[in-house]
Design a protein around this ligand. Structure first.
Ligand code: SF4
Length: 184
């Protein structure tokens, strides 16, 4: 289903209007989450390095002209003529989320003269890089059978960074340097 959203007329607005698409969950057992997309008239390629500089945890892939951002259990993708978000609970939440993302893009675009654009792709640490800072006792208190399994899911963003209750302060600091600090 498509709705057209018109943004208020304002100078220096990068996204001026968009069509909202809400994608229903597939007819599969356990699949009950929606996703939402904004189809943009305007090309937002130029703002992507600025979003990369400002959105903590963002990953800009310059050659593919896409920025992936993961925050608060959701994934977002920004492409030249599209913003996508998933998962969303329902139409209402999808609509609100896309509106908020459009506001973020417009706000960062307006502030671009004060931001140093970042064209670099974020490098994730390896599983071993993470593992060597864990206690390696396989105590299972994090819900994983082994520290290695926890490290693997931590790298993928599938578990929370401080799910291990046995991390000494120094190891927390070392781990935080491997990742974007904002996720800690
Ligand atoms: S709680 Fe920490 S020490 Fe225990 S298995 Fe998980 S990562 Fe390893």
């Amino acid at each position: 289903m498509m709705n057209k959203d018109q943004i208020s007329e304002e100078t220096d607005q990068l996204i001026r209007s968009y069509n909202l698409e809400l994608i229903e969950p597939p007819c599969l057992p356990g699949a009950d989450k929606w996703s939402a997309k904004a189809h943009l008239q305007d090309n937002i390629s130029e703002v992507l390095p600025y979003l990369n500089a400002e959105l903590k945890g963002a990953n800009y892939i310059h050659n593919s002209n896409v920025l992936i951002w993961e925050a608060k259990g959701r994934k977002y993708a920004f492409r030249p003529h599209e913003i996508a978000a998933a998962p969303v609970e329902d139409r209402e939440e999808g609509h609100k989320l896309i509106n908020d993302l459009v506001d973020v893009v417009n706000k960062i675009w307006k502030q671009r003269h004060e931001i140093r654009p970042n064209f670099e792709q974020r490098k994730l640490p390896t599983v071993m890089d993470i593992y060597k800072h864990l206690p390696k006792t396989n105590c299972k208190e994090c819900g994983y059978l082994t520290c290695m399994a926890y490290a693997a899911d931590l790298r993928k963003g599938k578990t929370k960074p401080l799910q291990c209750p046995n991390l000494p302060e120094e190891n927390k600091n070392n781990l935080s340097h491997l990742f974007d600090k904002s996720i800690w």
